[in-house]
Design a protein around this ligand. Structure first.
Ligand code: ZN
Length: 297
């Protein structure tokens, strides 16, 4: 599942390639991926300009020039893909390309658009002749929301660890008096927004804290180490390309660059990069925890 680094990389790409563009065409191929009747969804969005793109936790927010927002969450396998028409499909208009996509069977589509990271759920044609695909929004979604609706939807979301107003003191304050194990707490978006299984495992390893450690036993020093470890790993991953397999566009060879840098996540049975002990795996709070029982206490 994409986490903060992967969504931050999407956000940066979208700001570079999609910001200030007008949405000239919209096609909803999977009605359940959007929050309105598909006709109303298209009617509300066609002709609008994307003023800005921001991120909160694992959410991407498109700010439209009518004061409304498009909120997207990728969940497990949702992916974005940008296809510049002028590079790949010369001579084809956006309308033609979109009707081809809409009318294709899944197998034809895979053959015709090999780069697509999944079955398109929603497609935007942009006024500069590029096409933005929202693919595989099966658990994920794309909602058209007013400011109030957006605030209600994100109201219970915890702090984003990369928010400049968030810091180690605030992190320690959040942990105070909490019960249970640290890893499930770290992954709960009501506590900290945007940290999933991959980066919670890595952050705990970096801080020398076992995923099963009870929060009541975490000292202030442990808390500072965990905060620093989490923030540094998230920043490193953003700098190196995150861990997503699928590129954002045909030209994108940056995405996925963090994959070889995972130290414990998805490395059970392999040697710990610090002490060579075998990385273990066990279920903690319903999710797989990866850890080194010598380096983490
Ligand atoms: Zn170790």
């Amino acid at each position: 599942m994409p986490e903060i680094p992967e969504m931050e990389i999407y956000k940066d790409y979208l700001n570079k390639w999609v910001k200030d563009k007008q949405i000239s065409e919209v096609n909803v191929l999977r009605d359940k991926s959007v929050n309105l009747e598909s006709r109303d969804f298209c009617y509300n969005i066609i002709g609008k300009r994307i003023k800005d793109i921001t991120r909160r936790g694992k959410y991407i927010i498109f700010h439209l020039n009518d004061g409304h927002f498009l909120l997207t969450h990728m969940m497990l396998d949702g992916r974005l893909f940008l296809l510049p028409l002028d590079d790949q499909k010369k001579g084809q208009s956006i309308k033609e390309l979109m009707s081809e996509v809409v009318n294709s069977e899944a197998a034809d589509l895979r053959e015709r658009f090999k780069e697509l990271p999944g079955r398109p759920s929603v497609i935007f044609g942009l006024a500069d002749d590029s096409v933005l695909f929202f693919c595989s929004l099966t658990l994920g979604y794309l909602y058209y929301l007013s400011q109030d609706e957006l605030e209600t939807k994100l109201g219970k979301l915890g702090s984003d660890p990369l928010d400049p107003k968030f810091n180690a003191q605030e992190f320690i304050r959040l942990l105070k008096g909490k019960r249970g194990m640290i890893k499930p707490w770290l992954m709960n978006p009501k506590n900290i927004a945007g940290v999933g299984n991959a980066y919670s495992n890595e952050a705990l390893f970096g801080a020398g804290i076992l995923p099963t450690r009870l929060i009541s036993t975490i000292s202030s020093d442990d808390g500072v180490r965990l905060y620093d470890s989490l923030v540094n790993i998230l920043r490193d991953s953003i700098r190196l390309g995150g861990d997503m397999e699928e590129p954002f566009a045909p030209w994108d060879d940056f995405t996925g660059g963090y994959n070889p840098h995972f130290k414990v996540y998805d490395r059970s049975g392999k040697p710990c990069p610090v002490c060579q002990n075998v990385i273990e795996k066990s279920e903690v709070g319903g999710r797989n925890a990866f850890f080194c029982s010598l380096c983490q206490k």
